[in-house]
Design a protein around this ligand. Structure first.
Ligand code: PMP
Length: 372
């Protein structure tokens, strides 16, 4: 079907003539890893200043043809999103909070002087892609179909006199296996004091491609230090904990009945994660007080050493919830708790995953189901 959206756009549906066979698909779904395998189709929508969004299309997955002077390639005017579709027990395909991703993409768009995409076009793109490629949602435990919406500046020209006047919105999908194939494993993190991810007034709260390009050197440094991930600190004092490479952080204070969780507040320099937001709402319902605040690297170390901080975990769409077991920096290292996944971390993980996979009633209106 190619129903008209409320934005008045009709998708031109061009099914692929070279879809992979069910056998080929099943072979790829066996062990897809993350971000390496793509489905048979993709969505593209064009934007032209003065005309708005036009030429909405579902077409065979394939290369884009870009002039070498395309602005996105030179001036990085490009943003993206990340969310997942899950197969529910009743067979429907379900996306987790796609409206929140649509809204965040539009906040990123405003920051990068790009046009906003109406929410109904964003959601309809997902629906259309799932209609054609829904069989690519893996069914093994903890697997899902990762959805990657993106927007790039397509104007041709090297003038840096202003934003592009034309854009391409696209949606691709990539089956992803369980993030932790051998069960949940705590990560070791590196506190990055040499590099800064985001400064006040900068682009840190946008899901802007350049933020990620600028992070790779620090991530490489973290790996050289024997760590899995780098933790970003504030740009001014190099003291306040902000977030990780692709995940937000939570600190668990106390234990049992007295446990509470804290996550760095949205200061404008960190990404407002949708998993973070979901946990801030979910935790209190489980009897776990949750707050946004500030925590310094000294408070982290002292809290871990005194036992006041019992667990630390990171959260994001890709890995859901990841325990942080060990922390290293230029000044030394320490372990959080006993370095193993803690009960609060695992409880929150279990609740969130159960919701996403349709095994809990959706009391928040977070689940958007699409007919099979
Ligand atoms: N921080 C950064 C820098 C990220 O790239 C991501 C992934 N989008 C997150 C946090 C977590 O956000 P979400 O929960 O929406 O995936």
């Amino acid at each position: 079907s190619n129903g008209t959206t409320t934005s008045g756009l009709t998708f031109d549906v061009q099914p692929s003539a070279s879809r992979r066979t069910p056998e080929e698909r099943e072979a790829l779904l066996g062990d897809p890893g993350f971000g390496n395998v793509f489905t048979d189709h993709m969505v593209t929508i064009r934007y032209t200043e003065g005309k708005g969004w036009h030429d909405a299309r579902l077409e065979p997955y394939g290369p884009l043809s870009l002039d070498p002077a395309t602005k996105a390639l030179h001036y990085a005017q490009e943003i993206f999103e990340g969310l997942k579709a899950y197969r529910h027990p009743d067979g429907t395909a379900a996306a987790f909070r796609p409206e929140a991703n649509a809204e965040r993409m539009n906040r990123s768009a405003r920051r990068m002087a790009m046009p906003e995409l109406p929410e109904d076009l964003f959601v309809r793109s997902i629906e259309l892609l799932l209609e054609h490629d829904g069989d690519w949602i893996p069914t093994q435990k903890d697997a899902s179909l990762y959805l990657r919406p993106y927007m790039i500046a397509t104007e041709v020209g090297l003038g840096v006199n202003g934003p592009s006047s034309t854009y391409l919105f696209g949606l691709i999908a990539s089956p992803s296996g369980p993030y932790f194939s051998g069960g949940v494993r705590p990560v070791t993190v590196w506190l990055s004091e040499d590099y800064t991810r985001a400064a006040p007034g900068g682009t840190g709260e946008a899901k802007f491609a350049g933020n990620y390009a600028a992070s790779f050197l620090a991530q490489r440094q973290a790996v050289e230090q024997g760590c899995d991930q780098c933790v970003w600190l504030d740009a001014v004092e190099h003291r306040w904990v902000e977030e990780m490479g692709g995940m937000n952080l939570f600190f668990v204070f106390g234990s049992g009945e007295d446990a509470r969780i804290l996550t760095p507040g949205l200061t404008g320099t960190l990404l407002p994660g949708i998993t973070r937001d979901s946990l801030l709402k979910l935790a209190p319902e489980l009897g776990l007080p949750a707050e946004e605040g500030r925590i310094s690297t000294d408070e982290w170390r002292q809290g871990a050493l005194s036992g006041e901080i019992t667990e630390v975990f990171a959260c994001g769409t890709a890995a859901v919830i990841t325990p942080v077991g060990h922390v290293k920096s230029a000044h030394g290292e320490f372990t959080v708790g006993d370095g193993e996944p803690g009960p609060v971390t695992m409880r929150l993980r279990e609740e969130l995953v159960a919701l996403q996979y349709g095994k809990r009633p959706d009391t928040h209106g977070w689940i958007r189901t699409f007919p099979k």
